[in-house]
Design a protein around this ligand. Structure first.
Ligand code: PEP
Ligand code: MN
Length: 327
């Protein structure tokens, strides 16, 4: 048997107990604290087999238990994180994340960053590499766009959220991003989850278009297992049977993650609907369901946008969500 979690006595030094456990053949991972503030240590399943009795005899160990959940790191996630100085979750107000689908030019991202910040956005989104269904569609300006994004974020006081689409670009993305996005199409790309986790940055994990909630949680477990400090889930709609809207916005999942599982969750009404006229009402609905933030695509000339123009809002409409701004 292995995979136990040990709860330490209040006041025990977790580093010291971890060293003692290592001397007993245990690979130890620190979890966030238990409900009374007591430190928790997970003994990795590939550690030497050790009985609960032997563990209980180690100084500093208070209790030993075995998580029954397949995603103990997700379960132990904090209820609030801070991204680029912006609190998300807990009692923090909902966060507005805005920006274009793709970073199209230095001037475009600077303009949209400025206008979004003025409407209360705290984080700037924008893709440097775009996952496109058609090989003929615009695939992003790549590394150059990351530089434009970083400058725009710095100039307007916004943290940066951008997608890592392939393992080879994770290092570059991690240099710029405060929150690394994993796109819907890549939610189960395990080498990418591993690489992004290893970058040590918080992750925004979009839900796969046909992923169950359990698969989504396990994808997050991969990121955390490989080193991500936290994962914010992002509901962006799943594949439905009706093409009337781009996707089927699963607000039940938003409520479940926030209220039943106590996880960090945002929502993306832009990709969920694919239509600008539905983005505001769906965004409000997501907030009512418990979303801790909204990811909204904006563009100053949607008819000229290189991707996702039909769902882009003019930044002047960002105030309609009733969130955003500096506390
Ligand atoms: C995006 O955020 O621009 C995007 C491509 O989203 P998704 O992965 O949810 O389709
Ligand atoms: Mn898009």
């Amino acid at each position: 048997m292995s995979g136990q979690v040990v709860s330490l006595e209040l006041g025990a030094d977790p580093a010291l107990v971890a060293r003692t456990l290592a001397a007993h053949g245990q690979w130890v991972r620190r979890l966030s604290e238990g409900d009374r503030g007591q430190p928790l240590l997970l003994l990795e399943p590939h550690s030497r087999q050790i009985s609960d009795g032997e563990l209980a005899g180690i100084p500093g160990v208070a209790t030993v238990f075995r998580p029954t959940s397949p995603h103990p790191l997700v379960d132990a996630q904090p209820r609030e994180v801070v991204i680029a100085g912006v609190p998300v979750g807990g009692t923090a107000p909902p966060v507005l994340v805005a920006g274009p689908c793709a970073v199209e030019s230095a001037a475009q991202i600077d303009e949209l960053a400025g206008r979004s910040a003025a409407m209360g956005a705290r984080l700037l989104r924008g893709g440097a590499w775009k996952p496109r269904t058609s090989p003929y569609a615009f695939g992003g300006h790549g590394a150059e766009a990351l530089g434009w994004l970083r400058l725009a974020g710095e100039r307007h006081g916004l943290g940066v959220v951008t997608e890592a689409m392939s393992v080879e670009h994770v290092g570059l993305v991690a240099e710029v991003a405060d929150l690394i996005q994993i796109g819907s199409r890549n939610m189960q790309n395990y080498p990418l989850l591993r690489a992004v986790g290893g970058a040590g940055k918080p992750v925004l994990l979009k839900r796969g278009a046909a992923a169950t909630v359990e698969e989504w949680l396990l994808a997050a477990e991969h990121c955390l297992y490989h080193g991500a400090p936290s994962v914010i889930f992002c509901e962006r709609g799943v594949r439905g049977f009706d093409p009337a809207s781009r996707n089927l916005f699963d607000l039940g999942a938003v409520a479940l993650l926030r209220h039943a599982l106590g996880l960090l969750v945002m929502a993306d009404p832009s990709h969920a609907s694919g239509r600008r006229d539905l983005v505001v009402p769906l965004g409000k609905a997501a907030l009512a369901a418990g979303a801790m933030g909204l990811l909204v695509e904006v563009h100053d000339h949607p008819e000229l946008a290189l991707s996702d123009g039909p769902q882009a809002l003019d930044p002047s409409l960002l105030g309609e969500f009733g969130i955003g701004g500096r506390p």
